[in-house]
Design a protein around this ligand. Structure first.
Ligand code: PAF
Length: 272
């Protein structure tokens, strides 16, 4: 496995790969969720490239950029064992210039929900993913459904910028009790972790109810009864294109939650 520290090294490495390339972009602190993406990429491609980069432009001032978990050695070990061919580990200096051309997330769908609570976050995500796609030139790129709005916007960027890349949507990995895997779960203490479980429970209940009723207000009420969080930022019902909906649309609905438990901000969703 090659560790590629600079864009130049990655470009050189990529030039020598003859065959399909699966790409898994990450911010490191790899867990089973990332591993499932890597395994899928491995199965479906001749080569796999993983990037590990805590991208500063997608963090807002006051967010957890500095304390975001960094575990490079452990991550490299996981990648090696999973049979990854190349791991890209750049630093902000070799990824960004001081005054550079930027990409803006779409004005509406980039600024609702996650974009409302984290304005500018998706500008940073799209900027870095654009760079990463140009460097890795993947055949397929793998993203988790847990970041559903990110996944939607990346698909839109692929369309809008005519990238010849297939975006593969991967199921959210969960702990046995339902908690969605996230690198930020390590911030939760034992009590908070228990309370955080109310998020996946509320979503599960909503999915069950929506097989019988389509009225969103009724479903939302039930979810609010289950949720045990410190700050509920949103419960939202959208279609697969992130348009807000008034009634459940079977096979075309995503229910999303963002909430803080203690100081930790968590997101989760369910596709129904
Ligand atoms: O989902 C993430 O981990 C990040 O947003 C991504 C796609 C790696 C871009 O930094």
């Amino acid at each position: 496995m090659k560790v590629l520290a600079t864009p130049e090294e990655l470009v050189q490495f990529r030039r020598n790969l003859k065959g399909s390339v699966g790409f898994v972009p990450t911010m490191g602190a790899l867990h089973e969720g990332h591993l499932s993406l890597i395994k899928k990429a491995k199965k479906e491609n001749d080569f796999v490239i993983v990037s590990i980069f805590v991208n500063p432009t997608q963090f807002l001032p006051g967010e957890d950029l500095n304390k975001y978990p960094r575990k490079l050695q452990a991550d490299l070990e996981i990648c090696k064992r999973a049979g990854v061919d190349g791991v890209f580990t750049p630093n902000p200096q070799n990824m960004y210039n001081e005054d550079e051309i930027t990409i803006k997330a779409p004005k509406i769908k980039g600024y609702i929900l996650e974009g409302h609570f984290r304005p500018g976050h998706f500008d940073g995500v799209l900027q870095v993913v654009n760079k990463l796609f140009n460097l890795t030139k993947p055949t397929k790129a793998y993203f988790g459904k847990k970041d559903a709005q990110q996944l939607y916007l990346i698909k839109q960027m692929v369309n809008n910028f005519f990238f010849d890349i297939e975006i593969v949507e991967c199921e959210t990995k969960r702990e046995k009790d339902g908690l969605a895997l996230s690198s930020r779960n390590i911030y939760l203490n034992e009590t908070e972790r228990k309370r955080a479980l109310s998020i996946s429970k509320a979503l599960k209940r909503a999915a069950k109810l929506s097989s019988k009723i389509t009225d969103i207000e009724t479903i939302k009420k039930e979810m609010l009864n289950i949720l045990d969080v410190d700050e509920l930022q949103y419960i939202a019902f959208v279609d697969r294109n992130f348009n807000f909906i008034k009634e459940i649309e079977p096979n075309n609905t995503i229910i999303l939650i963002a909430a803080k438990v203690g100081k930790t901000r968590l997101i989760d969703n369910i596709f129904i």
